[in-house]
Design a protein around this ligand. Sequence first.
Ligand code: HEC
Ligand code: HEC
Length: 236
Amino acid sequence: MTMTTESVSASAAADTGANLQALPWPYKPLDPETTAERANEGFYKAECMYGVFESIAGATAERLRSPYKDFPFLMMKYGGGGINGWATVCGALAGGAAAFQLLSSDPGPLVDALFAWYETEALPDFYPQNAKFSAIKSISGTPLCHTSITEWCKAAKKHTYSPEQRELCGALAGSVARKAVLLLNDQIAVKPISAALPPATQNCLSCHGRGGVLQNTGGKMNCDGCHSVTGKHRSY
Ligand code: HEC
Ligand code: HEC
């Protein structure tokens, strides 16, 4: 059977498309420090979500070459400032979660571990070599851009939308990318991933979450980040 030029190129395109679409892409451990620097640089190109996602998925795609490197990484720019400046989920975390979905056969525990770490860790814990401002750290208490930035501005006595806050977000992109790669590397090395929610969150959810007596909320965020229920909270 003779194939026309058209049908040959069509089937070649179908093959490369299938490689690109098969999840997960084959991941090999990346260097956490190089990734953190790359995420920080990416932040200044197209914001936090792009910075984190591209530092991991882009580096992997470079190793795998075509068709992987043709992925439109810049689409992740939308996550900047907690999604186009809405200060919802931290875009750096969203970028990490997207990379997990692309590169892990079991992304859920990685997302849980990354988000729980971000809630409680004093961040940033990475600072670029060319940092201009002092490395002040703060604890966000939630995975949200809003609390993350506001708590930091409070601690650093800086304004939002200032050059200092921008540097913070670049450093956060580096911090989150490094942690994300450590988690991916652990998972591929079959090391245990601690994905349990903090006990305090589990306690609240035991009544308010799925299967609880009230079952009137859900999610996995640290409740104390927004609610303070000591004192007049009804005991059940
Ligand atoms: C032992 C079960 C239980 C646990 C644990 C629990 N709650 Fe509640 N919570 C209740 C009940 C019962 C109410 C009252 C519901 C009503 O009146 O409709 C309530 C009410 C609330 C309300 C509504 C405002 C208020 O204070 O009455 C909030 C917010 C809330 N809980 C948050 C939390 C958070 C955050 C935690 C964890 C720190 C938590 N709850 C742990 C049972 C529980
Ligand atoms: C990002 C902030 C935020 C986080 C984190 C958060 N909540 Fe809330 N929650 C709110 C807001 C805002 C409301 C609506 C206003 C209110 O009633 O306090 C609310 C309402 C509620 C209510 C209904 C209160 C009522 O008056 O009946 C419950 C119950 C509740 N939250 C429980 C939780 C639990 C449990 C968690 C942790 C798993 C949690 N929330 C995490 C912000 C938050």
